[in-house]
Write a new protein. Structure first.
Length: 395
């Protein structure tokens, strides 16, 4: 039986009461922050470009209450593990799951804001390491909750920026702003076109009557903190520095065209050139894809998704054999409009835009192929687009 979002939240609330007792029943509150998908625009966020994410019906939940002292007690309900620390000692534990929460507390303190201790049980159904950004969901959820509980007066933009900084400064991943933005600003049945430079954003209705979004999870765990993500960032900065010598207005790859990149190919060298080529093309692709969405040309939108995949595979080089295999399986499938790897890369999911009537056969075919090739039962998730970070009222 498939659990609803309410079932999951209630399950975590039950575990909270088992762990902490029922004395806080009057003050305990429940918050939810979703994982995200991204239709198109990959690795463009930290290049000040455009992205097209949405938040989905897989979320992180915090069941949380304030404490009288300055202790923080975190209970990871899914792992059945506890970690405690004091607000005046934010040293980094060896165990990695508390890094996100401590990073949030650190950002609050860096802003000069005051909170007291708290105790929380958290968990949810965002698959970890699958490219749905469970970490951003965790960060946004906790900061949103503390903002409400301690009246910090932070608006959603601040919650997004501080959550991103927690990841950059405490966790140590130089991620862009897309994941936190999508988790906090998501809207039911809409995708968000975000300009990562100005943070201007626009919602576009995503037509889900005839099509479904299906994620196929390679079960290859990406490790974003592993150097490759940060290396890609440095390669983009290198390209920017070279182009800037010729045009002072190029402050990031957002300001460069594929033609300008091509002109300076030799100076960049093969690797940096291919990175910059992909990014400048991808930024343009998001714009074009949005136009297609507005026109209702979903088949052409799907073609852009494939172009993104092949760029990520061959030029940006952040894919992996399992992702490439899954995308290749869809190429001759009439029920699939588009498919590509999603998120940071090196594992995680492919995102597939599939005709509704063909979705059962599609999943069966993908599972069979993956089983035969990798001896792995491929998880497929049909996702719905839901609202972003919010408080949840449970009965
Ligand atoms: C990860 C990062 C995001 C973004 C994507 C790639 O999810 O956290 O900021 O860069 O990779 O598009």
């Amino acid at each position: 039986m498939l659990l609803t979002e309410t079932d999951i939240a209630e399950g975590i609330q039950d575990k909270y009461f088992l762990k902490f007792g029922t004395a806080t029943r009057e003050v305990v509150r429940v918050f939810r922050s979703p994982g995200r998908i991204n239709l198109i625009g990959e690795h463009t966020d930290y290049n000040n470009g455009f992205v097209l994410p949405a938040s989905v019906d897989k979320a992180v939940y915090f069941v949380i209450a304030p404490r009288e002292d300055d202790q923080v007690i975190l209970y990871a309900a899914d792992l059945d593990q506890t970690y405690s620390f004091s607000l005046d000692d934010l040293s980094k534990p060896e165990k990695s799951w508390p890094h996100y929460q401590i990073g949030i507390v650190e950002q609050i303190q860096k802003k000069g804001l005051k909170i007291g201790g708290f105790q929380a049980a958290f968990g949810g159904n965002v698959p970890v390491g699958a490219g749905l950004s469970s970490s951003a969901a965790l960060e946004c959820c906790l900061l949103f909750a503390l903002n409400e509980i301690y009246g910090l007066n932070l608006d959603r933009f601040s919650i997004v920026r501080m959550s991103q900084k927690a990841e950059n400064e405490y966790v140590g991943v130089q991620c862009g702003i897309m994941d936190q933005f999508a988790s906090a600003f998501g809207k039911e049945e809409s995708v968000i076109r975000l300009d990562c430079r100005s943070l201007e954003y626009e919602y576009f209705p995503f037509p889900m009557n005839d099509y479904l979004i299906v994620l196929c999870d390679t079960l290859v765990k990406h490790s974003l903190a592993s150097s490759e993500y940060n290396t890609r960032r440095q390669e983009c900065e290198k390209a920017t520095a070279i182009l800037q010598q010729y045009d002072a207005k190029v402050l990031s790859l957002r300001d460069a065209s594929p033609a300008l990149v091509k002109q300076h190919k030799d100076e960049m060298g093969d690797v940096v050139y291919r990175r910059a080529k992909f990014i400048t093309e991808e930024i343009q692709r998001v714009q074009d894809a949005c136009d297609l969405l507005v026109q209702g040309s979903l088949p052409d939108f799907g073609k852009k998704m494939y172009a993104t995949h092949f760029g990520l595979q061959n030029e940006y080089e952040v894919s992996c054999p399992e992702l490439d295999f899954l995308v290749a399986q869809t190429l001759d499938d009439d029920s699939v409009l588009g498919a590509r790897m999603m998120g940071g890369g090196f594992g995680g999911c492919t995102i597939n835009l599939v005709k509704k009537e063909g979705v059962d056969a599609f999943e069966a075919k993908m599972k069979e192929a993956y089983l035969e090739k990798y001896k792995i039962d491929l998880p497929c998730y049909r996702v719905k687009i839901t609202d972003g970070t919010e408080e949840v009222a449970l009965a």
